[in-house]
Design a binder for this molecule. Structure first.
Ligand code: AMP
Ligand code: TRP
Length: 361
């Protein structure tokens, strides 16, 4: 559920807990990021990624980033970018990312991300980067005039993000699977070129049931900021908008509630959202709606989403009402992130032959 954080709303560390205590070395590390490209995250971001981020915090040493350098690939207005960086961070916190447990930071505040990207650029094939389907889709839409080198290089920057923290797991939605494969390939290449132990090979953590939340108007497509405006539920949408979007969701032909993702993808998407937000199984939900119509399901689901998001909206507003506190959380996160990133970058740069050799460990 949304808002499961154990952090106090003002983020003071609990008694006896040092906010900057180093994580025990044996705990596995998780890394993930979301781009600040909208004022609100959407339900796909939450169910596909953020929900897993929050759940991982008890068992992993987690590092989560607002990846503003990635957002530059869509040429945002500077003021909008600045606002969205804070808005995105506030939503991570409101969803339950706890800065006393996890490192939360803004990518551009840790310079090693751009530095490691250059090293990885020099190990990445031009054709290899050109095969990324997200790049191919975006560049087809933009046309050759609109495509930047930054957009082409986006997956290499993402690999740098992950490898800089020696992350073992990367919680993401299905659309990032191919990018994760490239990160793994680059880690393996670093190890075979410069010796084992140069890079940690990361694993994607993709939860099947929520890996792809679909657009409510075009169930074949993923829910996305750039999709159909009525096909998306933004986490900060007011209740009346949520109700309207769910009630007008495309639900295929038929009236009976069944689980048939092939023939009834629109209905299956609603059932998937219902199950993810309530913790019930799809079978139990289908059984509960036996003899009832789509309309009943939509009405109940609208209520479930509204209720799940209300505390989230309130918490986001509280964090946004205190930008100084938010900035303090982010700057402490950046310092903690940089401590790890500088060590890992140093290790890698040295193996490439940059700078003096490090004394033996
Ligand atoms: P982005 O907004 O592209 O930075 O995506 C942030 C995270 O949300 C990534 O882990 C994506 O894989 C995930 N994500 C985005 N859209 C969806 C969706 N429709 N369903 C599931 N996960 C998604
Ligand atoms: N490319 C990811 C997306 O669009 C965002 C991202 C950037 C990311 N760096 C990352 C995700 C590192 C996981 C790990 O969703």
């Amino acid at each position: 559920m949304l808002g499961v954080s154990t952090a106090s709303p003002d983020n003071r560390p609990a008694a006896g807990q040092a906010p900057n205590a180093p994580a025990p070395a044996l705990v596995k590390r998780a890394f993930s990021g979301i781009q600040p490209t909208a004022d609100s995250l959407h339900l796909g971001n939450y169910l596909g990624a953020l929900k897993q981020w929050v759940a991982l915090q008890d068992d992993y040493d987690c590092v989560y980033s607002v990846v503003d350098l990635h957002a530059l690939t869509v040429s945002p207005e500077p003021e909008a970018l600045r606002r969205r960086v804070r808005a995105t961070a506030a939503q991570f916190l409101a969803a339950g990312v706890d800065p006393d447990k996890s490192i939360l930071f803004v990518q551009s505040q840790v310079p090693q991300h751009a530095q490691l990207t250059w090293l990885l650029n020099c190990l990445t094939g031009f054709g290899e980067a050109g095969r990324m389907t997200q790049f191919k889709d975006k560049s087809t839409k933009l046309g050759s005039q609109g495509v930047t080198v930054g957009l082409f290089d986006y997956p290499v920057l993402m690999a740098a993000d992950i490898l800089l923290y020696d992350a073992q797991v990367v919680p993401v939605g299905e659309d990032q699977r191919q990018h994760l494969e490239l990160s793994r390939t680059l880690a393996e290449r670093l190890n075979s070129r410069f010796g084992e132990g140069t890079a940690q090979v990361p694993e994607a953590l993709i939860v099947k049931a929520t890996a792809k939340i679909h657009d409510l108007q075009e169930p074949a497509a993923k829910m996305s900021k750039t999709g159909h405006p009525a096909g998306i539920i933004e986490l900060l949408d007011p209740p009346e908008v949520i109700v309207k979007r769910i009630k007008s969701a495309v639900t295929d032909s038929g009236t009976e509630v069944r689980w048939n993702p092939e023939e009834q993808p629109g209905l299956a998407n609603l059932l998937g959202i219902y199950a993810a937000l309530t913790g019930q199984s799809v079978e139990a939900i289908v059984a509960a709606y036996e003899g009832k119509m789509y309309g009943h399901l939509k009405q109940d689901l609208a209520q479930i989403v509204v209720e799940a998001l209300a505390p989230f909206r309130e918490r986001t507003a509280l964090y946004l009402a205190d930008p100084a506190q938010l900035d303090a959380i982010l700057s402490s996160g950046a310092q903690r992130a940089e401590q790890i990133a500088a060590t890992v970058y140093g290790r890698m740069a040295e193996r490439f032959g940059l700078g003096p050799e490090l004394p033996p460990a």
